[in-house]
Each structure stands twice: as structure tokens, then as C-alpha cells.
Design a protein around this ligand. Structure first.
Ligand SMILES: [Zn+2]
Ligand SMILES: [Zn+2]
Ligand SMILES: [Zn+2]
Ligand SMILES: [Zn+2]
Ligand SMILES: [Zn+2]
Ligand SMILES: [Zn+2]
Length: 183
């Protein structure tokens, strides 16, 4: 009976020693003094000691792609996809070759390409039709005995020659009053 009592005492003592030696591990598991690492785009808010997750990863916060930059995360700078590339509109007389999205200019405006005015056509850009001076109009020289009214620039004629205005000056001489021609 006394021997039995001793055995119980020994087992009990051993149990207490074992429990005490394990206590720190048990207690730390039960109440971790969490030490959180902040959440990032790709990792959760998590205790560095016990692994407890308090919040999920944030996920990337992408800014839209531009002509020269791919979609880019505002937080971590990770890119996704490709830049859009410029969308050029051809240069005209008055506007440069330019990206319609971002305004990036690659070539200056062409400038007008004028052809000189004539009697019937204005000074005008052959590319876009912009007019700077009206047509000159014909510049007629008066009709003569032998020539009709005629434009000094383009030689267009209107009407008929006046014809000589003959006068018999002497039996042998007939002369034109206007131009002095004789016959
Ligand atoms: Zn923890
Ligand atoms: Zn990110
Ligand atoms: Zn662009
Ligand atoms: Zn033009
Ligand atoms: Zn003319
Ligand atoms: Zn004449």
C-alpha cells in the first residue's frame, strides 16, 4: 500500500515537471503577441511569428497604359501588357504629324505649296486649296487694225480686229488713218 502511494507521487511529480517544461510553447501558441508585416500587392498582412493572416494581399492597382508605358501598378511599379504605341495623324499644310492620343509631334506642318495666280486661277495651295490672292483677271490691250483685244498675259482674245480705216491720199497712195499702213 505504501509502495503504491510512492509510485503515484512519482508519476504525478513527473507529469508536473513535463507540463511545466512544455508550458512556454503551449502558452505562446494560445496567445501570440502578433507582429504583422504590412500587406503588399502580392502578400497578405501576416504575423511573422505564427503565420496568422489578418488581411489578404492588396492586389495590383493598375494605371491605364499610355502610348509609351504599359499598364503600371501605382503601388509597386509592376507592369502588365505593352504600351499602346503612338497613333499618328499625317501632317497637313497647317498641322504637324502628331499622335492623336498624347500629342507627340514627329514632323512639323508641311506649309502651303502655292502656285502663282493667273488670269483665271487664284494664288492657291495645290495641296489644301487655301487661297491667298484672287485670280488676276485678263489685262486686255486695245484692239488694233489687225489684232483683236488681247490679254497681255495669256493672249486670250475677244472680238475682232478693227480693220484698216483707209483713206485715198493721192491717186497712187491709200493710207490707214489709224496705223499708217499704205496700199
Ligand atoms: Zn502571431
Ligand atoms: Zn502592385
Ligand atoms: Zn502618343
Ligand atoms: Zn495648303
Ligand atoms: Zn489673260
Ligand atoms: Zn490700220
Amino acid at each position: 500500500m505504501k509502495k503504491n502511494h510512492l509510485l503515484v507521487t512519482v508519476i504525478l511529480s513527473l507529469s508536473i515537471v513535463l507540463l511545466l517544461s512544455l508550458w512556454p510553447a503551449i502558452s505562446s501558441k494560445a496567445a501570440c503577441n502578433h507582429s504583422f508585416a504590412a500587406a503588399t500587392c502580392t502578400s497578405s498582412k501576416k504575423c511573422t511569428k505564427c503565420g496568422f493572416v489578418a488581411a489578404p494581399a492588396l492586389g495590383h492597382n493598375y494605371a491605364a497604359a499610355t502610348c509609351t508605358k504599359a499598364q503600371t501598378c501605382r503601388r509597386c511599379g509592376k507592369t502588365s501588357g505593352k504600351p499602346l504605341g503612338h497613333n499618328f495623324a499625317a501632317a497637313t499644310c497647317t498641322t504637324p504629324e502628331k499622335c492623336t492620343r498624347c500629342g507627340f509631334v514627329t514632323k512639323p506642318a508641311l506649309g502651303h505649296y502655292f502656285t502663282a495666280a493667273t488670269c483665271t486661277t487664284p494664288e492657291k495651295c495645290t495641296r489644301c486649296g487655301f487661297v491667298t490672292k484672287p485670280a488676276l483677271g485678263h489685262n486686255y490691250a486695245a484692239a488694233t487694225c489687225t489684232e483683236p483685244q488681247k490679254c497681255t498675259r495669256c493672249s486670250r482674245t475677244i472680238g475682232n480686229p478693227l480693220g484698216h480705216d483707209w483713206t485715198v491720199v493721192s491717186p497712187n497712195v491709200t493710207r490707214c488713218n489709224r496705223c499708217g499702213a499704205t496700199k
